[in-house]
Design a protein around this ligand. Sequence first.
Ligand code: SAH
Length: 400
Amino acid sequence: MKPKSTSIPVIRLKPGREKSVHRRHPWVFSGAVESEVDTNQPGQTVRVESSSGKFLGFAAWSPKSQIRLRFWSFKEQDQIDENFIHFRLQKALSNRSSSDLASNAKRLVHGEADGLPGLIVDQYNQVLVLQILSVGMEYWREILIQQLIKLTGLECVFERSDAEVRKLEGLERQCGAILGELPPNCSIQEHGLEYYIDVENGQKTGFYLDQRANRAKIQEISHNKEVLNCFCYTGGFSLNALRGGARFVTSIDSSGQALQMAKLNTKTNGLPEEKTEWIEADVFASLRKFRDQGRNFDLIILDPPKFAPTKQNVEKASRAYKDINLLAMKLLNEGGLLATFSCSSAISPELFKKILASSAEDARQDFSIHNNFSADQDHPKLLSFPEGEYLKGVLLQKRS
Ligand code: SAH
């Protein structure tokens, strides 16, 4: 697919459906669209107008998706072309150039919040990983790749466009090297710790960069504590707890591969392996087992996968969040800390706190809030796009 400079097709919204566009929300759903475009170029740029013909913006048209339009711009003078893409990429990169993330890994492009809907670009040391999630971004694929290579100067670019959401856009999965070859042992540094990254087969693009600052917080509060890290993946929070002087760290994940990597990361950093236990199991079952065994902890971390992938799953997901948090609360010692997260964008920070309050009620315990967590600063958030605030968490302390 190559962008052509044809005249821009027009799409009109149904009467009264332009309100969210006035608020600069970057999406329009299919139900709000009056007319479709008669062409076989999915992803192309369309001019969006209100039902009365007033200009609203330029958007990428996605005929198969519920998210029918993703806005590029709300300015009539803008031209969505190669230069426009270049400018947005350059801006995303320069926004991050001055921030001290204490790492050589960072998110360079974070989709909608960088004005590049459907595009994720992560840098792991010398490796650039690209994830294209929408047909509107796929349309610009070749240009994007060329410009990213030019702007970053990196010589290894790998594509991980294998997220489930691509199916909703009518796109196949696409993974593999775009430029150069992956180094045999790709590793990054973060807050003084080294992590191996499996760019090819790891989760997301290989690592959960969004939790970077929150991992540092765990390092800060772990001294002399008996720690339980649930959903540990490659050991991010566990390693930080060990570096922070934890007495012992028990870590659980259902992925054997992730646990292997976590053990390797512990060893590589010279952390005390004798103070660790790695359990390949389901967290729900393990927490029940610990309850039956009467085990207790001073600090528990709960960083589960997205329980609510869409709004339709909110009720079921809320029950699952309530369940694990209730179980964890009961395993805490007096004065113990619970660092608990949700990465479901359909669960708002307010709803998450309500769920936690309901877990505490059932546990018959009181908690104070010590800290609020969100995704780190290389994952910008827009006031007009609450869906972008997907990662939220709190640090609770059990009161006597
Ligand atoms: N805290 C991690 C990221 C966690 S991602 C970090 O900072 O890097 C969520 C993890 O939960 C994944 O590693 C996944 O393998 C694991 N997982 C998903 N469902 C699970 C379950 N029911 N029990 C145990 N682990 C699970």
